[in-house]
Design a protein around this ligand. Structure first.
Ligand SMILES: Cc1cc2nc3c(=O)[nH]c(=O)nc-3n(C[C@H](O)[C@H](O)[C@H](O)COP(=O)(O)OP(=O)(O)OC[C@H]3O[C@@H](n4cnc5c(N)ncnc54)[C@H](O)[C@@H]3O)c2cc1C
Length: 387
């Protein structure tokens, strides 16, 4: 992150996180990507190294840090060279905030600590085959029956869905996805535990990038979930989901900046050692200037994301600003990764080069956590429209 906003505790955490990632992730990143999975034990190892609980309250087993403690860890994880591992390891970062925002103290004490110890894996399941950007269009239904909700429906594209022990599940307890006046009503969040009868998972979905993370379909059929697992009451889910978006978008924006930085660093090193026409490639001014443009794009996005993070830390409403910063970081990262492949020549197209993977991995930043178009809609509606 931008050093301007960091204190000694952030810098110390960034150093220790990077050291851990260099030893425990970087040497294995390529193999885990090819295998399509990283070891489950890594969740507990990362937790023991202090990389899981950074921003969560101390009474629940976290370290009580601020947004920058979370972002420096996110950046270190990306520098491991496998965005899939970073995102799979970090699925708690989108699953736990709704429990903290809406859950009772008893629910928090039950669900959060095992995840922060890395003993359990949590995921957030909102997207359905028929509804992604349009959260109010979800159709997974939960009907109250005595002390339980009976859940029917399906989710898709869920990060860590195959290995998760806890699924924070968006369901419909009321409202009507087909009625414009009532479609935002009745969206609720239920915690579904692995092993609950009626809850099954599908195959691991094959993806363009993020290979080391599992991405799954989840199915619910006559799935009886204890009513005590409802977070914040019926109909509270929409607000819980929206409240999550600022931190999720900041994390993705910071990850995009970190991905750009890694691609830039790899390219700089490549241009210094690769020779053509009897010179190192960085002997060509046109390529040095390309590096300068990549570095400028990365630095501008980094400063933008860090500034919005700082305003978030101060308690400002940064809904619009974070949408702008995410789009900016996505664009910068796409430009840098594209140029990184170009400047590596044929090697940039080879699976053995890291920039090939980063080029594929970065494509999701403009889709996950709200697409570029959805960010533009937020910027228009909340920041520009006068109606
Ligand atoms: C690898 C991966 C991991 C994921 N992990 C998770 C997860 O853990 N949990 C989870 O719940 N989801 C997850 N998702 C889903 C992700 O959040 C959605 O894919 C994303 O929100 C877009 O939804 P969609 O795919 O339904 O696309 P759609 O909503 O169908 O969008 C299709 C296109 O239409 C555009 N569009 C849609 N609405 C508008 C509009 N109003 N104005 C202008 N353009 C619009 C979009 O921008 C996009 O370009 C993941 C997805 C992937 C690929």
């Amino acid at each position: 992150m931008l050093d301007l906003f960091l204190d000694d505790s952030h810098r110390a955490l960034a150093r220790s996180a990077q050291g851990w990632v260099d030893r425990h992730i970087a040497p294995h990143a390529a193999a885990w990507e090819e295998a399509g999975a990283f070891p489950r034990a890594l969740h507990a190892e990362a937790a023991a190294a202090g990389l899981v609980g950074t921003v969560y309250p101390e009474p629940l087993g976290g370290q009580g840090g601020d947004v920058f403690h979370g972002l420096v860890v996110a950046e270190a994880l990306i520098r491991g060279g496998s965005v899939g591992t970073a995102m799979g390891l970090g699925s708690h970062a989108i699953a736990l905030p709704p429990i903290l925002a809406l859950g009772s103290p008893a629910q928090q004490a039950r669900f959060v600590p095992p995840v922060l110890r890395g003993e359990q894996v949590a995921c957030l399941a909102i997207t359905e085959p028929g509804a992604g950007s349009d959260v109010a269009g979800i159709r997974t239904r939960a009907v109250r029956d005595g002390d339980h909700y009976v859940v029917h429906g399906a989710k898709t594209f869920i990060t860590s869905g195959l290995r998760a022990d806890l699924v924070v599940l968006a369901v419909r307890t009321g409202g009507d996805p087909d009625d414009p006046a009532r479609r935002h009503e009745g969206v609720s969040l239920l915690v579904v535990e692995r092993g609950t009868p009626g809850f099954t998972t599908g195959r691991a979905l094959q993806k363009m990038g993020w290979w080391a993370s599992d991405t799954a379909e989840l199915f619910f059929e006559d799935c009886r979930v204890p009513a005590g697992n409802l977070l914040g009451g019926e109909g509270a889910g929409f607000l819980g989901i929206m409240a999550n978006f600022v931190s999720e978008r900041l994390l993705l924006a910071a990850s995009a900046v970190a991905t750009a930085r890694l691609a830039l660093d790899d390219t700089r090193a490549w241009l210094a050692q690769r020779r053509a026409f009897l010179r190192p490639l960085d002997g060509f001014q046109v390529l040095r200037h390309r590096l300068a443009e990549m570095a400028t794009a990365e630095a501008a996005a980094r400063a933008h994301v860090a500034t919005v993070a700082e305003r978030h830390r101060r308690g400002e409403d940064v809904t619009v600003e974070v949408a702008m910063a995410k789009n900016h970081a996505v664009q910068a990262c796409a430009f840098v990764c594209d140029q990184a492949v170009q400047l590596h020549g044929g090697m940039g197209y080879m699976r053995e080069s890291r920039v090939e993977r980063l080029f594929r991995d970065q494509r999701l930043y403009g889709i996950g956590g709200g697409t570029t178009e959805v960010m533009n809609e937020v910027i228009w509606r909340r920041g520009l429209s006068s109606t």
